[in-house]
Design a binder for this molecule. Structure first.
Ligand SMILES: *Cc1c(COP(=O)(O)O)cnc(C)c1O
Length: 430
Protein backbone atom coordinates (compact mmCIF):
# COMPACT_ATOMS: atom_id res chain seq x y z
CA UNK A 1 0.00 0.00 0.00
CA UNK A 2 1.07 3.58 -0.64
CA UNK A 3 1.03 6.19 2.10
CA UNK A 4 2.45 9.17 0.21
CA UNK A 5 -0.23 11.72 0.98
CA UNK A 6 -0.32 10.73 4.65
CA UNK A 7 3.44 11.34 4.85
CA UNK A 8 3.07 14.73 3.15
CA UNK A 9 0.26 15.69 5.55
CA UNK A 10 2.45 14.61 8.47
CA UNK A 11 5.29 16.87 7.26
CA UNK A 12 2.93 19.84 7.17
CA UNK A 13 1.38 19.02 10.54
CA UNK A 14 4.78 18.93 12.25
CA UNK A 15 5.35 22.57 11.35
CA UNK A 16 2.42 23.77 13.44
CA UNK A 17 1.57 20.95 15.89
CA UNK A 18 4.22 19.50 18.27
CA UNK A 19 5.24 16.18 16.76
CA UNK A 20 2.45 16.61 14.22
CA UNK A 21 -0.19 15.05 16.48
CA UNK A 22 -2.58 16.05 19.26
CA UNK A 23 -1.95 12.88 21.28
CA UNK A 24 1.48 11.23 21.35
CA UNK A 25 0.70 7.56 20.60
CA UNK A 26 -0.71 8.58 17.20
CA UNK A 27 2.77 9.50 16.00
CA UNK A 28 4.07 5.91 15.40
CA UNK A 29 7.18 6.60 17.47
CA UNK A 30 7.11 3.09 18.96
CA UNK A 31 6.94 1.35 15.58
CA UNK A 32 8.70 3.81 13.25
CA UNK A 33 7.39 5.36 10.05
CA UNK A 34 4.82 8.10 9.47
CA UNK A 35 1.29 8.02 10.89
CA UNK A 36 -1.71 7.42 8.62
CA UNK A 37 -4.01 10.40 8.13
CA UNK A 38 -7.70 9.47 8.06
CA UNK A 39 -10.13 10.84 5.52
CA UNK A 40 -13.27 9.03 6.65
CA UNK A 41 -14.53 5.85 8.26
CA UNK A 42 -17.59 3.65 8.08
CA UNK A 43 -18.39 0.51 10.05
CA UNK A 44 -15.22 -1.52 10.56
CA UNK A 45 -13.20 0.37 7.94
CA UNK A 46 -10.96 3.41 7.81
CA UNK A 47 -10.29 5.23 4.53
CA UNK A 48 -7.04 7.17 4.56
CA UNK A 49 -5.72 10.19 2.69
CA UNK A 50 -4.19 7.93 0.00
CA UNK A 51 -7.48 6.14 -0.61
CA UNK A 52 -6.45 2.92 1.17
CA UNK A 53 -9.06 0.90 3.04
CA UNK A 54 -7.93 -0.44 6.40
CA UNK A 55 -9.73 -2.74 8.82
CA UNK A 56 -9.67 -0.81 12.08
CA UNK A 57 -8.77 -2.47 15.40
CA UNK A 58 -8.29 0.80 17.27
CA UNK A 59 -11.74 2.24 16.80
CA UNK A 60 -10.77 5.61 18.20
CA UNK A 61 -9.13 3.70 21.11
CA UNK A 62 -12.41 2.13 22.10
CA UNK A 63 -15.48 4.33 21.59
CA UNK A 64 -16.60 2.87 18.24
CA UNK A 65 -17.92 -0.38 19.65
CA UNK A 66 -20.72 -0.40 17.06
CA UNK A 67 -18.54 0.76 14.18
CA UNK A 68 -17.67 4.13 12.67
CA UNK A 69 -20.34 6.64 11.61
CA UNK A 70 -22.97 4.47 13.24
CA UNK A 71 -26.27 5.88 12.02
CA UNK A 72 -28.26 6.31 15.25
CA UNK A 73 -25.29 8.16 16.78
CA UNK A 74 -24.65 10.34 13.73
CA UNK A 75 -28.34 11.21 13.41
CA UNK A 76 -28.63 12.08 17.09
CA UNK A 77 -25.75 14.56 16.73
CA UNK A 78 -27.15 16.11 13.54
CA UNK A 79 -30.63 16.55 14.98
CA UNK A 80 -29.39 17.92 18.27
CA UNK A 81 -26.95 20.38 16.69
CA UNK A 82 -29.82 22.14 14.90
CA UNK A 83 -31.16 23.19 18.31
CA UNK A 84 -27.93 24.82 19.47
CA UNK A 85 -24.55 23.37 20.33
CA UNK A 86 -23.92 24.55 23.89
CA UNK A 87 -25.77 26.55 26.54
CA UNK A 88 -23.91 26.28 29.83
CA UNK A 89 -27.35 25.62 31.32
CA UNK A 90 -28.99 22.34 32.30
CA UNK A 91 -30.88 20.29 29.71
CA UNK A 92 -33.32 17.39 30.21
CA UNK A 93 -31.05 15.25 28.04
CA UNK A 94 -28.40 15.20 30.76
CA UNK A 95 -30.88 13.63 33.20
CA UNK A 96 -31.95 11.09 30.57
CA UNK A 97 -28.43 9.82 29.89
CA UNK A 98 -27.65 9.88 33.63
CA UNK A 99 -30.73 7.74 34.35
CA UNK A 100 -29.80 5.34 31.59
CA UNK A 101 -26.19 4.99 32.74
CA UNK A 102 -27.22 4.51 36.37
CA UNK A 103 -29.69 1.81 35.30
CA UNK A 104 -27.02 -0.06 33.29
CA UNK A 105 -24.16 0.00 35.79
CA UNK A 106 -24.36 -1.86 39.12
CA UNK A 107 -23.73 -0.12 42.40
CA UNK A 108 -23.98 3.54 41.36
CA UNK A 109 -26.68 6.08 42.27
CA UNK A 110 -25.35 9.27 40.72
CA UNK A 111 -23.09 10.23 37.87
CA UNK A 112 -21.30 13.46 36.88
CA UNK A 113 -20.38 14.07 33.24
CA UNK A 114 -17.06 15.63 32.19
CA UNK A 115 -15.22 15.94 28.87
CA UNK A 116 -12.57 13.21 28.95
CA UNK A 117 -11.35 10.12 30.76
CA UNK A 118 -8.49 12.17 32.18
CA UNK A 119 -10.91 14.59 33.80
CA UNK A 120 -13.02 11.73 35.13
CA UNK A 121 -10.08 10.03 36.86
CA UNK A 122 -8.61 13.27 38.16
CA UNK A 123 -11.97 14.26 39.64
CA UNK A 124 -12.62 10.79 41.08
CA UNK A 125 -9.34 10.95 43.00
CA UNK A 126 -10.13 14.45 44.30
CA UNK A 127 -13.52 13.18 45.44
CA UNK A 128 -11.92 10.17 47.17
CA UNK A 129 -9.47 12.47 48.97
CA UNK A 130 -12.25 14.84 49.99
CA UNK A 131 -14.46 12.01 51.20
CA UNK A 132 -11.80 10.16 53.21
CA UNK A 133 -9.78 13.18 54.34
CA UNK A 134 -6.59 11.34 53.31
CA UNK A 135 -3.97 12.35 50.71
CA UNK A 136 -2.15 9.36 49.24
CA UNK A 137 -3.28 7.15 46.39
CA UNK A 138 -2.15 3.76 45.13
CA UNK A 139 -1.91 3.16 41.41
CA UNK A 140 -0.45 0.24 39.46
CA UNK A 141 2.60 0.34 37.21
CA UNK A 142 1.45 0.17 33.59
CA UNK A 143 -2.08 1.39 34.30
CA UNK A 144 -3.07 4.60 32.56
CA UNK A 145 -5.59 6.98 34.06
CA UNK A 146 -5.09 9.96 31.80
CA UNK A 147 -2.42 12.63 31.81
CA UNK A 148 -3.12 14.54 35.02
CA UNK A 149 -0.10 15.02 37.30
CA UNK A 150 -0.82 12.38 39.97
CA UNK A 151 -1.01 9.60 37.40
CA UNK A 152 2.18 10.22 35.42
CA UNK A 153 4.24 8.15 37.78
CA UNK A 154 6.27 5.19 36.60
CA UNK A 155 7.96 2.46 38.62
CA UNK A 156 11.52 3.38 39.51
CA UNK A 157 13.92 0.46 39.94
CA UNK A 158 13.77 -1.04 43.42
CA UNK A 159 12.06 1.21 45.91
CA UNK A 160 8.62 1.76 44.51
CA UNK A 161 6.96 2.98 47.65
CA UNK A 162 7.62 6.60 46.70
CA UNK A 163 6.97 7.29 43.02
CA UNK A 164 9.21 9.46 40.88
CA UNK A 165 7.75 11.61 38.13
CA UNK A 166 8.23 10.18 34.67
CA UNK A 167 7.27 13.40 32.98
CA UNK A 168 9.12 16.68 33.53
CA UNK A 169 6.63 19.16 34.92
CA UNK A 170 5.19 16.81 37.53
CA UNK A 171 6.39 18.09 40.90
CA UNK A 172 8.09 15.93 43.52
CA UNK A 173 5.34 16.94 45.92
CA UNK A 174 2.68 15.44 43.67
CA UNK A 175 4.73 12.33 42.97
CA UNK A 176 5.17 11.71 46.69
CA UNK A 177 1.45 11.15 47.16
CA UNK A 178 1.21 8.52 44.42
CA UNK A 179 2.31 5.07 45.54
CA UNK A 180 3.06 2.45 42.94
CA UNK A 181 2.10 -1.21 43.10
CA UNK A 182 2.60 -4.18 40.78
CA UNK A 183 -0.49 -5.31 38.89
CA UNK A 184 -1.76 -8.72 39.98
CA UNK A 185 0.38 -8.58 43.13
CA UNK A 186 -1.90 -8.33 46.15
CA UNK A 187 0.92 -8.80 48.63
CA UNK A 188 2.68 -5.75 47.27
CA UNK A 189 -0.48 -3.66 47.76
CA UNK A 190 -0.80 -4.98 51.28
CA UNK A 191 2.80 -3.99 52.08
CA UNK A 192 2.30 -0.47 50.75
CA UNK A 193 -0.84 -0.08 52.84
CA UNK A 194 0.93 -1.16 56.04
CA UNK A 195 3.80 1.24 55.33
CA UNK A 196 1.34 4.13 54.92
CA UNK A 197 -1.19 3.42 57.61
CA UNK A 198 -4.25 5.71 57.62
CA UNK A 199 -2.80 7.85 54.84
CA UNK A 200 -4.30 6.24 51.74
CA UNK A 201 -7.47 7.72 50.27
CA UNK A 202 -7.95 5.34 47.36
CA UNK A 203 -6.65 2.56 45.18
CA UNK A 204 -7.24 3.31 41.49
CA UNK A 205 -7.02 0.47 38.99
CA UNK A 206 -7.97 -0.59 35.49
CA UNK A 207 -9.90 -3.68 36.61
CA UNK A 208 -8.98 -5.27 33.29
CA UNK A 209 -5.81 -3.48 32.23
CA UNK A 210 -5.70 -2.24 28.66
CA UNK A 211 -2.85 0.22 28.57
CA UNK A 212 0.07 -2.23 28.70
CA UNK A 213 -1.59 -4.53 26.22
CA UNK A 214 -4.60 -6.36 27.59
CA UNK A 215 -3.89 -7.82 31.03
CA UNK A 216 -6.81 -9.43 32.84
CA UNK A 217 -6.78 -9.57 36.63
CA UNK A 218 -5.74 -12.95 38.01
CA UNK A 219 -8.17 -15.03 40.03
CA UNK A 220 -8.75 -13.40 43.41
CA UNK A 221 -6.81 -10.20 42.72
CA UNK A 222 -9.73 -7.77 42.53
CA UNK A 223 -11.56 -9.59 45.34
CA UNK A 224 -8.42 -9.22 47.44
CA UNK A 225 -8.20 -5.50 46.67
CA UNK A 226 -11.84 -5.11 47.67
CA UNK A 227 -11.21 -6.71 51.08
CA UNK A 228 -7.99 -4.74 51.69
CA UNK A 229 -9.81 -1.50 50.90
CA UNK A 230 -12.71 -2.39 53.21
CA UNK A 231 -10.37 -3.34 55.99
CA UNK A 232 -8.42 -0.05 55.82
CA UNK A 233 -11.24 2.36 54.91
CA UNK A 234 -9.75 3.04 51.51
CA UNK A 235 -11.97 3.75 48.49
CA UNK A 236 -11.58 1.42 45.53
CA UNK A 237 -11.78 3.26 42.19
CA UNK A 238 -12.36 1.21 39.06
CA UNK A 239 -11.14 3.12 36.04
CA UNK A 240 -13.60 1.75 33.50
CA UNK A 241 -12.83 4.38 30.87
CA UNK A 242 -11.86 1.53 28.54
CA UNK A 243 -13.90 -1.36 29.93
CA UNK A 244 -17.14 0.45 30.79
CA UNK A 245 -20.03 -0.35 28.43
CA UNK A 246 -17.58 -2.62 26.54
CA UNK A 247 -16.91 -5.74 28.61
CA UNK A 248 -20.57 -5.79 29.68
CA UNK A 249 -23.44 -3.35 29.93
CA UNK A 250 -22.30 -2.68 33.49
CA UNK A 251 -18.56 -2.98 32.79
CA UNK A 252 -16.16 -5.05 34.90
CA UNK A 253 -18.23 -4.58 38.06
CA UNK A 254 -20.96 -6.61 36.34
CA UNK A 255 -18.75 -8.95 34.36
CA UNK A 256 -16.60 -10.08 37.29
CA UNK A 257 -19.13 -9.35 40.03
CA UNK A 258 -17.01 -6.99 42.12
CA UNK A 259 -18.20 -3.63 43.45
CA UNK A 260 -16.02 -0.54 43.33
CA UNK A 261 -16.67 2.61 45.35
CA UNK A 262 -16.15 5.07 42.50
CA UNK A 263 -16.21 4.20 38.80
CA UNK A 264 -14.86 6.32 35.95
CA UNK A 265 -15.98 6.24 32.34
CA UNK A 266 -14.93 7.64 28.97
CA UNK A 267 -14.58 6.32 25.43
CA UNK A 268 -17.79 4.29 24.71
CA UNK A 269 -19.94 6.54 26.93
CA UNK A 270 -19.52 9.43 24.47
CA UNK A 271 -20.17 7.45 21.30
CA UNK A 272 -17.13 9.14 19.74
CA UNK A 273 -17.64 12.64 21.14
CA UNK A 274 -15.51 13.98 24.00
CA UNK A 275 -17.21 12.62 27.14
CA UNK A 276 -16.04 11.26 30.46
CA UNK A 277 -17.96 10.57 33.65
CA UNK A 278 -17.52 9.41 37.22
CA UNK A 279 -20.11 7.76 39.38
CA UNK A 280 -20.66 6.32 42.86
CA UNK A 281 -23.23 5.72 45.52
CA UNK A 282 -25.13 8.80 46.79
CA UNK A 283 -23.23 9.11 50.06
CA UNK A 284 -19.96 9.59 48.13
CA UNK A 285 -21.36 11.69 45.26
CA UNK A 286 -23.01 14.07 47.74
CA UNK A 287 -19.52 15.34 48.61
CA UNK A 288 -19.36 16.92 45.17
CA UNK A 289 -20.14 20.63 44.56
CA UNK A 290 -22.71 22.15 44.57
CA UNK A 291 -24.14 19.56 46.99
CA UNK A 292 -20.88 19.16 48.91
CA UNK A 293 -17.46 20.76 49.32
CA UNK A 294 -15.35 18.96 46.66
CA UNK A 295 -15.10 21.30 43.68
CA UNK A 296 -15.40 20.13 40.11
CA UNK A 297 -16.82 21.99 37.10
CA UNK A 298 -16.77 22.37 33.30
CA UNK A 299 -18.00 24.94 30.76
CA UNK A 300 -18.77 22.24 28.20
CA UNK A 301 -19.58 19.39 30.62
CA UNK A 302 -22.84 17.69 29.66
CA UNK A 303 -22.62 19.31 26.22
CA UNK A 304 -25.83 18.56 24.31
CA UNK A 305 -24.14 17.11 21.20
CA UNK A 306 -21.94 14.87 23.34
CA UNK A 307 -24.88 13.78 25.49
CA UNK A 308 -26.99 13.05 22.39
CA UNK A 309 -24.23 10.86 20.93
CA UNK A 310 -23.65 9.12 24.26
CA UNK A 311 -27.34 8.52 24.82
CA UNK A 312 -27.78 7.01 21.35
CA UNK A 313 -24.82 4.71 21.98
CA UNK A 314 -25.84 3.57 25.47
CA UNK A 315 -29.44 3.15 24.40
CA UNK A 316 -28.43 0.70 21.70
CA UNK A 317 -26.13 -1.28 23.98
CA UNK A 318 -28.89 -1.38 26.57
CA UNK A 319 -31.58 -2.56 24.20
CA UNK A 320 -29.40 -5.08 22.34
CA UNK A 321 -27.32 -6.83 25.04
CA UNK A 322 -26.64 -9.68 22.59
CA UNK A 323 -24.02 -7.34 21.10
CA UNK A 324 -21.69 -8.21 23.98
CA UNK A 325 -22.09 -11.94 23.31
CA UNK A 326 -21.43 -11.55 19.59
CA UNK A 327 -18.40 -9.34 20.27
CA UNK A 328 -16.96 -11.95 22.65
CA UNK A 329 -17.44 -14.67 20.02
CA UNK A 330 -15.80 -12.63 17.28
CA UNK A 331 -12.85 -11.87 19.53
CA UNK A 332 -12.47 -15.52 20.46
CA UNK A 333 -12.56 -16.46 16.77
CA UNK A 334 -9.82 -13.93 16.01
CA UNK A 335 -7.78 -15.15 18.97
CA UNK A 336 -7.95 -18.77 17.82
CA UNK A 337 -7.17 -17.84 14.21
CA UNK A 338 -4.11 -15.78 15.10
CA UNK A 339 -2.83 -18.33 17.63
CA UNK A 340 -3.08 -21.09 15.04
CA UNK A 341 -1.06 -19.10 12.49
CA UNK A 342 1.64 -18.09 14.98
CA UNK A 343 1.90 -21.69 16.21
CA UNK A 344 2.16 -22.94 12.67
CA UNK A 345 5.10 -20.61 12.03
CA UNK A 346 6.62 -21.48 15.43
CA UNK A 347 6.55 -17.89 16.67
CA UNK A 348 6.35 -17.90 20.45
CA UNK A 349 3.63 -15.59 21.69
CA UNK A 350 1.04 -14.84 24.36
CA UNK A 351 -2.42 -13.65 23.43
CA UNK A 352 -4.35 -11.97 26.25
CA UNK A 353 -8.06 -11.44 25.90
CA UNK A 354 -11.14 -10.48 27.79
CA UNK A 355 -14.41 -9.76 26.00
CA UNK A 356 -13.68 -7.59 22.98
CA UNK A 357 -10.22 -6.53 24.20
CA UNK A 358 -7.26 -8.54 22.92
CA UNK A 359 -3.49 -8.13 22.56
CA UNK A 360 -0.74 -10.17 20.95
CA UNK A 361 2.64 -10.31 22.73
CA UNK A 362 5.80 -11.96 21.46
CA UNK A 363 8.12 -14.16 23.52
CA UNK A 364 7.87 -17.01 26.02
CA UNK A 365 6.87 -15.17 29.21
CA UNK A 366 3.20 -14.88 30.15
CA UNK A 367 2.23 -11.19 30.27
CA UNK A 368 0.66 -10.46 33.65
CA UNK A 369 2.02 -7.03 34.68
CA UNK A 370 4.03 -4.09 33.39
CA UNK A 371 7.42 -5.80 33.75
CA UNK A 372 6.42 -8.85 31.75
CA UNK A 373 4.68 -6.64 29.16
CA UNK A 374 7.92 -4.69 28.79
CA UNK A 375 9.94 -7.89 28.31
CA UNK A 376 7.56 -9.03 25.57
CA UNK A 377 7.76 -5.62 23.87
CA UNK A 378 11.55 -5.60 24.06
CA UNK A 379 12.50 -6.93 20.63
CA UNK A 380 11.68 -5.80 17.10
CA UNK A 381 8.98 -8.42 16.57
CA UNK A 382 6.04 -6.16 17.32
CA UNK A 383 7.31 -3.47 14.92
CA UNK A 384 7.69 -6.00 12.13
CA UNK A 385 4.27 -7.45 12.90
CA UNK A 386 2.64 -4.01 12.99
CA UNK A 387 4.04 -2.90 9.64
CA UNK A 388 3.26 -6.22 7.96
CA UNK A 389 -0.36 -5.98 9.17
CA UNK A 390 -0.60 -2.39 7.94
CA UNK A 391 0.82 -3.37 4.57
CA UNK A 392 -1.88 -6.04 4.35
CA UNK A 393 -4.63 -3.53 5.16
CA UNK A 394 -5.15 -4.07 8.89
CA UNK A 395 -4.68 -1.22 11.34
CA UNK A 396 -3.72 -2.29 14.87
CA UNK A 397 -2.46 0.05 17.60
CA UNK A 398 1.05 1.33 16.81
CA UNK A 399 2.50 0.12 20.12
CA UNK A 400 2.90 -3.19 21.92
CA UNK A 401 1.51 -1.52 25.06
CA UNK A 402 -1.98 -1.15 23.65
CA UNK A 403 -5.08 -3.27 23.34
CA UNK A 404 -6.94 -4.02 20.14
CA UNK A 405 -10.64 -3.16 20.28
CA UNK A 406 -13.16 -5.11 18.28
CA UNK A 407 -16.25 -3.49 16.88
CA UNK A 408 -19.56 -5.18 16.26
CA UNK A 409 -19.37 -3.93 12.66
CA UNK A 410 -16.66 -6.56 11.93
CA UNK A 411 -17.89 -9.51 9.88
CA UNK A 412 -16.40 -12.99 9.96
CA UNK A 413 -15.00 -12.21 6.49
CA UNK A 414 -13.17 -9.25 8.01
CA UNK A 415 -11.82 -11.52 10.74
CA UNK A 416 -10.64 -14.04 8.15
CA UNK A 417 -9.02 -11.21 6.21
CA UNK A 418 -7.24 -10.22 9.44
CA UNK A 419 -6.07 -13.78 10.14
CA UNK A 420 -4.83 -13.95 6.58
CA UNK A 421 -2.91 -10.68 7.10
CA UNK A 422 -1.47 -12.27 10.20
CA UNK A 423 -0.13 -15.13 8.10
CA UNK A 424 1.68 -12.65 5.84
CA UNK A 425 3.11 -11.02 8.98
CA UNK A 426 4.09 -14.40 10.43
CA UNK A 427 6.10 -15.20 7.29
CA UNK A 428 8.12 -12.01 7.86
CA UNK A 429 8.63 -12.88 11.52
CA UNK A 430 9.57 -16.52 11.04
C1 LIG B 1 -8.11 6.38 27.64
C2 LIG B 1 -8.03 6.16 29.08
C3 LIG B 1 -8.04 7.23 29.99
C4 LIG B 1 -7.95 8.65 29.55
O1 LIG B 1 -9.05 9.08 28.83
P1 LIG B 1 -8.92 10.36 27.87
O2 LIG B 1 -10.30 10.54 27.36
O3 LIG B 1 -7.91 10.00 26.83
O4 LIG B 1 -8.47 11.49 28.71
C5 LIG B 1 -8.09 6.95 31.34
N1 LIG B 1 -8.15 5.68 31.78
C6 LIG B 1 -8.14 4.63 30.94
C7 LIG B 1 -8.22 3.25 31.48
C8 LIG B 1 -8.06 4.83 29.57
O5 LIG B 1 -8.00 3.77 28.76
Amino acid sequence: MIYKRSSALFQKAQQVIPGGVNSPVRAFKAVGGDPIFVESAKGAYLYDADGNRLIDYINSWGPMILGHAHEPVVNAVIERSKKGTSFGMPTALETEIAQLAVSMVPNIDKIRFVNSGTEACMSAVRLARGYTGKDKIIKFAGCYHGHSDSFLIQAGSGAVTFGTPNSPGVTKGTARDTLLARYNDLEHVSEIISENKDEIACVIIEPVAGNMGCIPPQEGFLEGLRSLCDEHEILLIFDEVMTGFRLAKGGVQERLGIDADIVTFGKVIGGGLPVGAFAARSEIMSFLAPEGPVYQAGTLSGNPLAMAAGYAMLNELNSRPEIFVSLDKKTEYLHNGIAEILDQYKISHTINRMGSMISVHFGETPVTDFDTAAIAAGGDQFKIFFHAMLEAGVYIAPSAFETWFLTDALTYDDLDFTINACEKAAKKLA
